[in-house]
Design a protein around this ligand. Structure first.
Ligand SMILES: Nc1ncnc2c1ncn2[C@@H]1O[C@H](COP(=O)(O)OP(=O)(O)OP(=O)(O)O)[C@@H](O)[C@H]1O
Ligand SMILES: [Mg+2]
Length: 463
């Protein structure tokens, strides 16, 4: 049952009509006292709560009432309805446990989508507490293609992915570089009702600010000097399907504003065309940055963050699921064997144990590269620890090759500084990636930047 709380009779009537038309049971009340009575009596699954139901209090009362509902039961899902003026308060509401907010005047389709998704998710959370499925059960239910892993925490992640893939909720995938974020994003799409529709991947780090709108929304011929023909934007390509916004933490602040609008209203305009268009996309995004930390430091918009993270999936680093290393290594080897017909090739148990104890800062990608490299070099027989060790060392030597210090000219510190600068250039100033590539924590990287006077704000020297 859905409970509508709003003091405006017109809002109550139209919401009641809309929800009933969509097959929901709904009841509407005009004040908080009646709302509490209804909640106690009928235990609604969802409350649609107007933030401004008391006109004098500009939304504050909505938040207070939200807290009261959550005290009665955390299981009741609350969607806030806010006016434009109260969007910051609605964001507060999300922090307090509201599921979503819609702004007045609302779009019926979006509202119904949010209602359906929230009820679906809540049931998932309830059933999720019961038990985690085995890999076999998951494979019967979902299509996880090439995704390998049986670590219990990883299985529960796969189960969540299976459960949420059929909803339209936006998903934020977090995790270090190489943990499989892109693979998981694809799996969400593959298991969704949109599977036969487009999956469009966009690397946000690769789009210069000045081209953001043209790239994402498209442009009309002649809209600007270089616009020689009409261009279809990514949101249009992705229409009816899924858009995967990768490296989301790298979006500049001005692009963040534009992204917020399209994600919030699902509306946009082409550059050079004033007609507003509607897009129907499911949004999945990923980043290896600490978005919460970026929000705290005003580097990422809080309202955009809450738009993106209706469902957050955190992929653990490989070192925290090292029981999966042998399975992954054997699978990567099998693929190479098939591809090149290396029929007589295997890994010894000792080598698998040894691999399981490595740190793998580059996570699954690094393990995959190591296994593939070693297999391609040796081609047959049993791969032992020494074979893997050789490949790792060669790789390291190759990385610093060509930069032999001239005696008396270059200290080890200078080599370190040069290597850091080179890595920063390579990763386009993405310090998480730089730290990861150098095998340093972010803290350790910052200490070195400080030591060598490398300033990030004045990074133009790296362009
Ligand atoms: N669970 C897995 N099973 C098999 N292969 C995997 C798994 N996870 C990741 N991989 C492989 O590891 C590599 C890196 O994965 P992916 O590109 O999805 O990582 P990512 O988290 O997006 O990394 P980045 O942050 O650097 O973009 C890919 O080749 C992918 O196929
Ligand atoms: Mg990726």
């Amino acid at each position: 049952m859905i409970l509508i709380v709003d003091d405006d009779v017109a809002v109550r009537t139209s919401l009641l009509f809309l929800l009933k038309h969509e097959g929901f049971t709904a009841v509407a009340v005009s004040n908080t006292k009646e709302a509490i009575q209804q909640i106690n009596k009928t235990q609604p699954e969802l409350v649609l709560l107007d933030m401004n139901f008391s006109l004098e209090t500009s939304g504050e009362d909505g938040l207070r009432f939200l807290k009261r509902i959550k005290k009665i039961s955390r299981e009741i899902v609350v969607i806030l309805i806010s006016g434009w003026g109260t969007v910051p308060l609605a964001v507060e509401g999300i922090k307090l446990g509201a599921y979503d907010f819609v702004t007045k005047p609302w779009d019926n389709k979006m509202l119904i989508n949010s209602v359906k998704t929230s009820i679906g998710n809540n049931n998932i959370h309830k059933s999720h507490k019961l038990k985690t499925a085995s890999r076999k059960e998951l494979n019967q239910k979902y299509n996880f293609g090439n995704i390998i892993g049986e670590d219990p925490e990883f299985l529960s992640i796969l189960e969540t992915i299976g459960n949420i893939s059929q909803t339209d909720a936006s998903v934020l995938i977090l995790g270090e570089s190489g943990t499989g974020k892109e693979m998981i994003a694809e799996a969400i799409h593959e298991n969704s009702l949109r599977a036969k529709k487009p999956f469009v991947k966009v690397n946000m780090a690769g789009i210069p600010d000045s081209l953001f709108e043209s790239e994402m929304f498209g442009h009309k011929k002649g809209a600007f000097t270089d616009a020689k023909m009409d261009r279809v934007g990514r949101f249009e390509y992705a229409n009816t399907g899924t858009i995967f916004l990768d490296e989301m933490g790298d979006l500049s602040s001005s692009s963040q504003v534009k992204m917020l609008r399209v994600l919030q209203d699902k509306k946009y305009e082409l550059v050079g065309d004033s007609r507003t268009r509607q897009t129907d996309v499911r949004v999945v995004c990923a980043t290896n940055r600490d978005l919460e930390d970026m929000v705290a430091n005003n580097l990422f918009r809080e309202d955009l963050f809450y738009r993106l993270n209706l469902i957050t999936i955190y992929l653990p680093p490989l070192r925290d699921r090292s029981t999966d290393i042998p399975l992954l290594a054997v699978n990567f080897l099998e693929k190479i064997k098939k591809l090149y017909q290396f029929n007589d090739l295997s890994i010894t148990g000792d080598a698998l144990d040894w691999l399981s104890n490595l740190k793998f800062n580059g996570n699954i990608r690094e393990l995959k590269n190591l296994v593939e490299r070693t297999a391609l070099i040796y081609r047959k027989g049993e791969l032992e620890i020494i074979h893997f060790k050789n490949q790792m060392q060669k790789h390291i030597v190759k990385a610093i090759d060509g930069e032999l210090p001239t005696p008396g000219c270059m200290s080890l510190d200078e080599i370190e500084k040069a290597m850091i600068i080179k890595t920063i250039k390579h990763y386009d100033k993405n310090l998480s990636k730089v730290a990861n590539a150098l095998g340093l924590s972010r803290g350790a990287l910052y200490r070195r930047l400080d030591k060598y006077n490398i300033t990030i704000s004045g990074l133009s020297q790296f362009k």
